[in-house]
Design a protein around this ligand. Structure first.
Ligand code: RFL
Ligand code: PHB
Length: 384
């Protein structure tokens, strides 16, 4: 087998990269360890920032997004007794869209199959060489895919990042996790609520007019089955302020319950010879700033331009600067996600709590503070 770009991983980074490369006349083959059904059903991110929506729309992936997704002007920031709307549109002219990663994945799979993209699901034994990838296909045959370039889009547990020799790894592990639920109930809010509470952080998000997504801060290592449905709704009601100023949280049947550990992780450089990393393969952020999927999209926007220039025109300038270019945005988003996380989560230290409340009051009530949050949350331009 031969292709120009071997893409490891059929998550959003890998599939969007194959889509952008095809539009630039570059061929690719995608290899994925999981089955197509498994990849399509994973419950993950929910928020697309302004530049992600612009990019997806510009490459023909915006029609379901714009009909099924919901545009939000901003978010609510709250702490006991106060709820403030931070209006990104009026502060920055940019909005965000609620559109689940599951839907993005569906749009990508549909577009790639309409284009005849070669995707091998359920592969195993992936070995990365300098100009080839070996793997065992779903029928058990060992195959070799020769290529000019390898794109490591295989997330944080894939092999690509281990193929970069002597990387610099930066990591921070947080002492808490999120207990996340999906519930078949209309959201009790028009836009997302990020709530600071002495018991711990809570977030009210959503997937559609009939499906809500909510999260509670819990200690790291919590077993989701130790939280009954009633206990989850009671705690969400307390932290989100049910009954305050007439606001009510409506509970409903919980269809999914899981615990997500929280960490920040950046590995540099994002390139070694013909191997380029993109998305979670190179960096992980805690979900508080809703940045993971958006960073993966921004990486492949840069990477596709760099690979098209290198392969089609023989110009290596963008490929040579890819790692540095991508890392500028990665560190901006890593800082923003850390800042949102440490501002919103209870640490158990009363001094921290007072600083958090002071910071929240400033962000919510000062135009300068609110604009900083809005600019980062709604997203900086792709080339930032
Ligand atoms: P993915 O999606 O993990 O895809 C990597 C793919 O590589 C495959 N793979 C391999 N393939 C071949 N060979 C191997 N040896 C392989 N090993 C692994 C995997 O099976 C997988 O299919 O990484 P990608 O494409 O970089 O995309 C990153 C995003 O998925 C991730 O950053 C976001 O989901 C993070 N995230 C959020 N991001 C946002 O922008 N906004 C949000 O609101 C948001 N909320 C979230 C999130 C992540 C969450 N979880 C569960 C981690 C909420 C949650 C709950
Ligand atoms: C989600 O809807 O899953 C979501 C939204 C905002 C976040 C994190 C997750 O900050």
């Amino acid at each position: 087998m031969r292709t120009q770009v071997a893409i490891i991983g059929a998550g959003p980074a890998g599939l969007l990269l194959s889509h952008l490369l095809a539009r630039g006349g570059v061929s690719s083959v995608v290899l994925e360890t999981r089955s197509e059904e498994y990849v399509g059903a994973r419950i993950r991110a929910g928020i697309l920032e302004h530049s992600s929506v612009e990019l997806l729309t510009s490459v023909g992936l915006g029609s379901r997004l714009r009909s099924l997704g919901e545009q939000h002007r901003g978010i609510y920031l709250q702490w006991p007794g106060s709820r403030h709307h931070v209006d990104f549109m009026s502060l920055t002219g940019r909005s965000v869209w609620v559109y689940g990663q599951t839907e993005v994945q569906k749009d990508l799979v549909a577009a790639r199959s309409a284009d005849g993209q070669e995707i091998h699901y359920s592969v195993s034994g992936v070995v990365i060489g300098d100009d080839f990838v070996k793997f065992t296909d779903s029928s058990g045959s060992v195959r070799q895919l020769d290529c000019d370039v390898i794109a490591g889009c295989d997330g944080s547990f894939g092999p690509s990042r281990h193929a970069i020799p002597s990387p610099q790894v930066y990591e921070k592990v947080y002492p808490y996790s999120w207990l996340g639920i999906l519930a078949d109930v209309a959201p009790s809010t028009d836009e997302l609520i990020y709530a600071w509470h002495p018991n711990g952080f809570a977030l009210h998000s959503m997937r559609s007019a009939t499906v809500s997504r909510l999260y509670l801060q819990v200690p790291a290592g919590t077993d989701p089955s130790s939280w009954s449905d009633d206990r989850i709704w009671d705690e969400l009601a307390a932290r989100l302020g049910h009954g305050q100023n007439g606001w009510k949280l409506t509970p409903g049947p919980i269809t999914d319950k899981s615990v997500l550990p929280m960490r920040s992780h950046v590995q540099t450089p994002m390139r070694h010879r013909n191997l380029f990393l993109a998305g979670d393969a190179a960096h992980i952020v805690p979900p508080t700033g809703a940045k993971g999927l958006n960073l993966a999209i921004a990486d492949v926007a840069l990477l596709s331009r760099a690979l098209i220039a290198r392969i089609v025109s023989g110009d290596t300038t963008l490929a040579d600067s890819y790692s540095d270019d991508a890392l500028r945005r990665v560190w901006r988003c890593t800082h923003f996600s850390w800042w949102m996380t440490t501002m919103m989560h209870a640490s158990g230290d009363p001094f921290d709590a007072q600083l958090q409340l002071s910071q929240l009051r400033w962000v919510a009530t000062s135009e300068a503070g609110a604009t900083g949050l809005a600019e980062n949350y709604a997203g900086l331009p792709i080339g930032f």
